[in-house]
Design a protein around this ligand. Structure first.
Ligand SMILES: Nc1ncnc2c1ncn2[C@@H]1O[C@H](COP(=O)(O)OP(=O)(O)O)[C@@H](O)[C@H]1O
Ligand SMILES: [Mg+2]
Length: 218
């Protein structure tokens, strides 16, 4: 399995309820899972735990079969684990291509190979090569989000985590970005947190989060 969460419990400090309770999930390379549920049910928390940004109180996170902790985050994020957030923090004055290749440059790749790989990823998410040289601040929201997907994939991660990647887009653009995400991420284990049923429906599998009712017995 590229990503496995085993019996994870997570609670924020000073909160009196678990956000994640005995949560388990396995995702293989080439597989996509949509983690779905309304706002406040723990999707972003799950993303934080799976992305080694939040330490669960108990349970384990395995990446490519190896148990990992938040101590491994700086080594794995941008490499074995790619992350796409709701709004992409592109560097506004750098070009689309530069933004996409940054993770490779910071991993020590030379500019030529980094540019070639970034160009390939941008093409996969449907960015026109004529736009590669544009400043990132000049592109549309949908394009910026696709740049974010390309940037997350440029390091060829085994696991791609996406948290509400289309939430800030209109429906039509969201669909284009969603399709780009699913097709470009087909060689990773994709975990997509979303409350959008249309987007979630594109995944191989849907996991509902936080649906156990608190008002049971009423
Ligand atoms: N940093 C935090 N400190 C305390 N509580 C938090 C924090 N972040 C989120 N929560 C709470 O944890 C629950 C799950 O939040 P979150 O994972 O953001 O849900 P979702 O992404 O599904 O909207 C919510 O009740 C939220 O208020
Ligand atoms: Mg969230």
């Amino acid at each position: 399995m590229s990503l496995e969460l085993r019996s994870v419990h997570f609670r924020y400090p000073r909160m009196d309820a678990d956000v994640l309770r005995d949560f388990s999930l396995s995702v293989a390379r080439g597989e996509s899972v949509a983690v779905m549920g309304p706002s406040g049910r723990g999707k972003s928390t799950l993303m934080g735990v799976a992305g080694l940004m939040l330490a669960p109180q108990s349970g384990r996170v395995f990446v490519n079969g190896i148990a990992r902790t938040t101590k491994d985050a700086s080594r794995l994020l941008g490499r074995e684990i790619g992350v796409v957030l709701q709004s992409v923090n592109v560097l506004p004055r750098r070009s689309v291509l530069d933004n996409t290749m940054l993770p490779l440059l910071s991993s020590g790749y030379g500019r030529d190979i980094a540019a070639r790989r970034a160009a390939r990823c941008l093409a996969e998410v449907g960015i026109d090569p004529a736009d590669f040289g544009r400043q990132a601040r000049g592109v549309s929201g949908g394009q910026a989000q696709r740049v974010g997907v390309a940037r997350a994939l440029v390091g060829e991660p085994s696991v791609l985590l996406a948290d509400e990647p289309t939430a800030s887009l209109d429906a039509r653009t969201a669909r284009l970005v969603g399709e780009a995400l699913f097709s470009a991420a087909r060689s990773t284990a994709l975990v997509l947190m979303t409350h959008d049923e249309t987007l979630g429906g594109l995944a191989d599998r849907i996991v509902r989060i936080g649906e156990t009712s608190d008002i049971e017995g009423e």
